[in-house]
Design a protein around this ligand. Sequence first.
Ligand SMILES: Nc1ncnc2c1ncn2[C@@H]1O[C@H](COP(=O)(O)OP(=O)(O)OP(=O)(O)O)[C@@H](O)[C@H]1O
Length: 264
Amino acid sequence: MNLSCEAVSYSIGERELLREIDCRIDSGEFVGLIGPNGSGKSTLLKNVYRRFKLDQGVIRLDERDVRSLSRRRMAQLMSVLRQETMVEFDFTVEEMVRMGRHPHKGWWEAETDSDRDIAANALERVGMADFRGRSFLSLSGGEKQRVLIARALAQEAQVLILDEPTNHLDVRYQLQLMDLLEQLDITIFAALHDLNIAATYCHRLYAICNGKIAASGPPEQLLQPNLLRQIFGVDTEVIRHPRTGRPHILFFSEKQRKKERDTP
Ligand SMILES: Nc1ncnc2c1ncn2[C@@H]1O[C@H](COP(=O)(O)OP(=O)(O)OP(=O)(O)O)[C@@H](O)[C@H]1O
């Protein structure tokens, strides 16, 4: 299923947070959204999953305007992993993941063995099967994140929207999650802060700055020192990873830059 944003603009009060955003994620593509703090990544994703109501433009799933879809249909097609998920009541880990099956069921329909299997399998895939009986609220940040990923997987949507999915995860689970996402073969649009993770896993990237798309392209084309300086204000050297062949960014701190400038 394709996802596209056409000339999407969004303001809060007088502030224009998104200006004429055009982007397209083809069926099965894994596309990253990168940009500095406050550039509009979450705002764009919130427009995509209809947490915000766009002012202008249109967002489509295949050729359908998402505004024409019911909430339930949206939840069947699109699964969202937000930066913060507020959970007011305590549930077990297993219950949290089974909630991912709700969009596929009528309110009168009981859970089936197949629903339970899908949820159990999702927990297995994120390495949280042993936690199934634990209270969700008692988990660490990273463990919670993995359970929420399992819930998103149990939803079995064709489009997955992720806002900083590796937040809270230690390096092993960051890589494990990205490996897992890569294998899913569904349409993925993910806001990512870690540029090396984006370089390693994404087919294409959109760079957003001040609410506008500044550049787009495959990581090896987009991740250039000039663009990184322009967008993030940092000095970098981009090398080819000796094992993966993907671009790998080396960063230089202000202190290092000053030292280099001052050294004759
Ligand atoms: N409800 C709001 N009212 C006013 N301004 C807002 C509101 N929500 C977001 N903003 C502003 O919109 C801009 C974009 O925010 P957004 O959360 O989309 O950025 P981001 O790129 O996801 O940032 P980060 O990398 O820090 O998560 C920021 O300047 C933010 O302060």
